[in-house]
Design a protein around this ligand. Structure first.
Ligand SMILES: [Zn+2]
Length: 231
């Protein structure tokens, strides 16, 4: 599954020698271009250049169907070649091959934005997408083994529609079962040293925290996890 393919996603896949042809599903959380611009390129890969009807596209209302000024971001032509296209609202749960994916809540510029909780045989992986800290996130992600959180600013530098480091700390410390690993994602330009923020969040939550990087490969295994940088 490719999640939120922004500008250059296909170029990065190529650089990292990850074949786009192996993609079966596309997930787009909301209608901001840093999350969708390469979406149709990924559909081309899923459908083998639009020659086969196959694959799954899951997205929020804005990106799949559009709503008023929130125009859909994957053309109807591209959507027509997918085996399954589904709009997800927070709380919706669908089967996805050997996993189940549940849409989670957000509060962001796109009012229909979603994140997800992916349930696998080894445990759950959460992705907040872009959102402020809202109480719903606690239940949405309580007990996930790995949480990928879009944390834009450092310490307590809160901006509308996004998480800062202190929000992430509050979220994790509000859970009855904390994640084993937090992956910081979507760091903004004003977060000049994500590694220092990772250590700060880790010290204040007691869990391992790493900043996402190009080529970071994380594997959720039975009882543990591992990560490495691939070139
Ligand atoms: Zn956004």
């Amino acid at each position: 599954m490719h999640v939120d393919p922004g500008p250059g996603a296909i170029v990065r896949l190529n650089e990292l020698k990850i074949s786009p042809w192996r993609t079966n599903a596309l997930f787009i959380s909301h209608c901001h271009p840093d999350h969708y611009t390469d979406g149709e390129v990924i559909v081309e890969a899923i459908t083998q250049g639009m020659t086969k009807k196959r694959g799954i596209f899951l997205g929020n209302l804005s990106v799949v169907e559009g709503f008023g000024e929130y125009e859909y971001v994957i053309s109807k032509y591209h959507q027509s070649k997918l085996e399954k296209v589904q709009v997800l609202y927070p709380g919706d749960e669908v089967e996805l091959y050997d996993t189940t994916i549940k849409a989670t809540h957000t509060k962001h510029g796109d009012p229909f934005g979603i994140g997800f909780r992916l349930k696998t045989i080894y445990g759950d992986i959460g992705y907040t997408s872009d959102t402020e800290l809202i109480p719903e996130l606690i239940e949405d992600f309580d007990g996930v083994r790995i949480l990928i959180a879009n944390i834009v600013r450092k310490k307590n530098e809160r901006i509308k529609g996004h998480l800062c480091s202190n929000d992430a700390i509050d979220l994790i410390n509000s859970m009855s079962k904390k994640p084993e690993l937090l992956i910081m994602n979507h760091m903004g330009v004003k977060m000049t040293n994500p590694q220092i923020e990772a250590e700060y969040i880790s010290q204040n939550t007691g869990i391992e925290v790493i900043p996402a990087k190009l080529g970071l490969k994380v594997e959720l295994l039975n009882g543990n996890y591992k990560y490495q940088l691939i070139k």
